[in-house]
Ligand binder design. Structure first.
Ligand code: NAD
Length: 474
């Protein structure tokens, strides 16, 4: 049964409505629920930067949603459309996301109102370093207290500037490099971080496809091979999701929606070719090997097996939800489906894999990077050669007893795992386990009508237990 359709609310209110429904399926006190719902604190900064001889003023926020675990964690978004409400909503999602996938962090998020496309690299560096300094001054960036990561409009480059700014100001902090994750490899980043959110999205979809009962809910069967997919946003998350689905799972990417319009080809698009074109031209328009649609949003409504919104929040709403024809919505972006749209889609039988689970790959691998930074050693450095020697010994014993080992297998055993192998298998394991918890809760609890509510209920429960166990119980 599907409940009331609410009017559209703000992003933060949408998150809170999901919270209320999920909390009602649990036995937690109203006081604790109140604490878990609101932002713990929000810091607003306004600072000047001299650009081409003129002073320009910038405004930004860092919201901390919950400090039940430290450090708090969450990306920094650069966009002309960032608002405080959005930053608070995203900080709340981080709290629930980390709890759900057992990453020991509280939730935080930052945003700066800036259009990175408007400025050259040198100016962006000055703006980023100044924003970072404002946050460092008040401990809103610190490896033990608050650790940002990339989000929309930011990437390894910005993280490198932030890490460097931190270390210029806190020269005695031996763990300084852990003040931010998503850094380039040269600054103790971790292999696989850039692709992590997209790869995590794919691991989550693969895990869904392992369960026949769940696929049936969406009217799907079989494997990902040949499934039709439409992706919105060919940025970090959308590109890696689309690329991996196409190249490793044999899915057919039939639509790519970008900010200037959409490309469609029901026979399948080449993600890499479009990505190269977009990098060269800055737009999707003009790409020669697909049909172009000026009104990109309309392509969200095209028939497909899987729709992957990987750009912005609130793109599937009360108005367009009745026309969505996808069987499965894989929420790679944060908050792409509004609370009202969620109810309409469920009524239509559309299954949604929710954001707080599906895009957690970024923070999971950020966690690995932070551990690497605190331990000052790359994963496997102490054990790899030992493992290889052991495998070598085992192969020799097997061969001396007449067993023939296929060359590909013996080669893999003799190479041993590298850091990327550890990152990918660690990510895969976390995504599988969290989905299994979500589907267990969904199938076993009669009041829980969606994976979204199941995921949120599990997250709230874990946070509530951590408060109760340490005696902080309002
Ligand atoms: P990004 O800036 O790398 O990419 C966003 C892409 O969306 C860009 O290609 C942009 O041109 C496109 N876009 C913007 N407006 C659009 C519109 N109206 N229609 C279609 N496309 C549009 O950002 P990202 O890091 O890939 O983040 C995308 C989403 O994923 C966000 O909701 C973000 O919060 C979420 N997310 C990101 C990460 C991460 O590790 N980067 C982790 C978790 C969640």
């Amino acid at each position: 049964m599907v409940t009331t359709v609410y009017q559209e609310k703000s992003f933060r209110e949408n998150v809170n409505l999901v919270f209320d429904i999920a909390a009602a399926t649990l036995e937690i006190s109203g006081g604790l629920a109140y604490v878990l719902k609101g932002a713990y604190n929000v810091y607003q900064v306004r600072f000047p930067v001299k650009i081409d001889g003129k002073i320009e003023s910038f405004i930004g926020w860092r919201a901390v949603h919950s400090e039940h675990k430290l450090p708090t964690k969450g990306g920094i978004r650069f966009s002309p459309l960032v608002t405080q409400d959005e930053v608070e909503a995203l900080a709340a999602l981080m709290t629930y996301k980390c709890a759900l996938v057992d990453v020991p962090y509280g939730g935080s998020k930052g945003g700066l109102v800036v259009d990175p496309k408007k400025y050259d690299d040198a100016v962006m560096e000055r703006i980023t370093r100044r924003f970072a300094f404002e946050l460092i001054k008040k401990n809103y960036i610190n490896p033990a207290i608050n650790v940002p990561a990339p989000d929309m409009g930011t990437g390894p480059r910005e993280m490198a500037w932030i890490a460097d700014t931190y270390m210029q100001h806190r020269t005695d902090d031996i763990n300084g490099l852990g003040c931010v994750t998503g850094k380039p490899l040269s600054l103790s980043g971790i292999p696989g971080r850039t692709e992590a959110t997209g790869r995590g999205v794919v691991y989550g979809i693969r895990e869904f496809f392992r369960h026949a009962e769940d696929k049936k809910l969406a009217g799907l069967e079989g494997t990902l091979e040949g499934k039709t997919v439409i992706v919105q946003g060919l940025g970090n998350v959308g590109y890696h999701t689309a690329k991996i689905l196409e190249s490793e799972d044999g899915a057919k990417i039939i639509g790519i929606i970008e900010s200037d319009g959409a490309l469609m080809d029901r026979n399948g698009l080449s993600v890499e070719t479009i990505n190269t074109y977009k990098k060269e031209h800055g737009v999707a328009k003009g790409f020669p090997d697909a049909q172009f649609f000026e009104n990109g949003d309309a392509i969200l409504e095209e028939e497909c097996d899987i729709l992957v919104p990987a750009a912005l929040e609130g793109v599937i709403h009360l108005e367009n939800a009745p026309r969505i024809k996808a069987k499965l919505i894989a929420e790679a972006a944060n908050g792409p489906v509004t609370f009202g749209a969620d109810a309409i889609l469920r009524q239509k039988g559309v299954v949604m894999i929710p954001d707080i689970y599906l895009n957690a790959g970024g923070v999971i691998v950020s966690y690995f990077e932070w551990i690497k930074n605190l331990s000052h050693i790359r994963f496997g450095r102490l054990t790899r050669r030992y493992d290889v020697n052991q495998n070598d010994l085992l192969l020799k014993v097997l061969e001396s007893n007449g067993h023939k080992i296929p060359p590909a297998i013996s080669e893999e055993l003799c190479n041993g795992p590298n850091e990327l192998d550890f990152v990918r298998t660690g990510l895969d394991d976390s995504m599988r386990e969290a989905f299994q918890q979500i589907r267990d809760r969904f199938w076993s609890h009669e009041k829980i009508e969606s994976y979204r509510i199941a995921a949120m209920a599990i997250a709230i429960e874990k946070i509530a237990i951590s408060y109760q166990d340490r005696g902080v119980y309002p």
